[in-house]
Write a protein that binds this ligand. Structure first.
Ligand code: CP3
Length: 347
């Protein structure tokens, strides 16, 4: 049977008149209905571990906008928590975790087989979503890439330059690589369980890939993504994988070939013309409107949206932002972006 879901068609390499569209962090604080459900859950982590409410916030942007894909509502930092790290969120500041800087911190982590004890509510969220989503909407599961997850586990928080993780990588390479390997294996099991529960695509978020340069980029961004993608494809050959090595710059070139991902997600630091020529030649790309347009709106949003759709119109493309939508975004600007994408051929 021919595939009818627009997102899966793009991932299979089909060039479409109008690209499928969804948005990173589409379930989030810019939506009043999200804020209401989050208040009902109590806090962010309680929302992540409550399957009914997590499914509800996942569905909210689908109901409001009719996006072509829904992304499971969860967080990349649930994997460290499932491996035994303490995790909490400080309102207005972000995540905090117990740190991993010495061998005993690593030795105290749980084995990979035990992650499902913590993560099983996430799989239940996926099961609810695969029942409740409209038949044309694709369900995306996700995880953080090992390097990005490790930066939080090592520093115990978000850092502007990932300094503590780079320091450990240089000073205790064996410990750093053991941590990356544990996260890699946990991520394979986590994504496989999401797929078995009904996820149709998985995305690997390497938000801090841009701070790895040269050989380190190959070893700690490309290689773990290749290992995870290969394992997923071995177990679930029909499941497409999206890779997001954010701010990789020239590292985007050849990333699909060297990792085996079906689609490369682009941040907005690369121009769509540059990426069409150098990255889209190897297959589907996703991106890459600056999320600031969701705050500022107006003609600039329309012009930039059209420029991106046009630049990528000769190959497979999934329209998206270059990074997550921010809490100060105006929900009406999201509608304007969608209308612009869906009507660009008539403009
Ligand atoms: O995209 C989606 O709608 C799906 C859900 C999703 C969330 N986080 C929900 C969330 C996804 C895919 C993520 C990924 C994630 N989480 C990444 C990678 C992508 C990226 O943004 O670079 C990272 C680095 C994290 C870690 C994380 N989670 C941070 C640093 C923060 C705090 C910063 C912030 O925006 O507040 C979070 C919290 C978080 N994750 C929120 C949401 C909706 C906001 C929490 C809230 O409601 O208070």
């Amino acid at each position: 049977m021919a595939e009818t879901k627009k997102l899966l068609r793009a991932l299979a390499g089909e060039v479409q008149d109008v690209p499928p569209i969804w948005m990173m962090r589409q379930a989030g604080r810019y939506l009043p209905e999200y804020r209401a459900t989050r208040a009902q859950a109590g806090d962010f982590l309680s929302l992540c571990y409550n399957p009914e409410l997590a499914a509800e916030v996942t569905l909210q942007p689908i109901r409001r906008y009719g996006f072509d894909a829904a992304i499971l509502f969860a967080d990349i930092l649930l994997v460290p928590q499932a491996l035994g790290a303490d995790l909490w969120f400080v309102t207005g500041e972000g995540p905090r975790l117990s740190t991993i800087t010495q061998q005993p911190d690593f030795d105290a982590l749980k084995p990979v087989e035990e992650i499902h004890e913590t993560l099983s509510p996430v799989y239940e969220t996926v099961r609810i979503l695969s029942r409740e989503l409209p038949s044309e909407t694709t369900l995306i599961g996700f995880a953080g890439a090992p390097w990005t997850v490790a930066t939080y586990m090592i520093a115990g928080r978000g850092t502007p330059d990932q300094g503590p993780a780079h320091a450990l990588r240089e000073e205790n390479t064996a410990l750093f690589e053991a941590l990356l390997e544990r996260i890699t294996l946990a991520t394979i099991e986590y994504l496989s369980a999401q797929i078995e529960a009904g996820a149709e695509v998985v995305k690997i978020f390497d938000s801090w890939a841009g701070s790895l340069k040269g050989d380190a980029f190959q070893k700690y961004a490309v290689e773990p993504c290749r290992v995870i993608t290969q394992a997923i494809k071995q177990r679930h050959p029909s499941i497409p994988v999206i890779g997001f090595p954010r701010e990789a710059g020239d590292g985007y070139i050849g990333f699909a070939k060297s990792t085996g991902v079906d689609c490369v997600a682009l941040d907005n630091s690369v121009s769509p013309d540059w990426a069409a020529e150098r990255v889209q030649v190897n297959g589907c790309v996703q991106g890459n409107l600056a999320s600031s347009h969701m705050v500022t709106g107006g003609q600039a949003l329309v012009d930039e949206t059209r420029r991106i759709v046009e630049a990528f119109s000769k190959g497979p493309h999934i329209f998206n932002l270059g990074h997550g939508i921010t809490p100060d975004a105006d929900p009406e600007n999201v509608q304007l972006m969608i209308d612009t994408v869906r009507s660009w051929r008539n403009a």
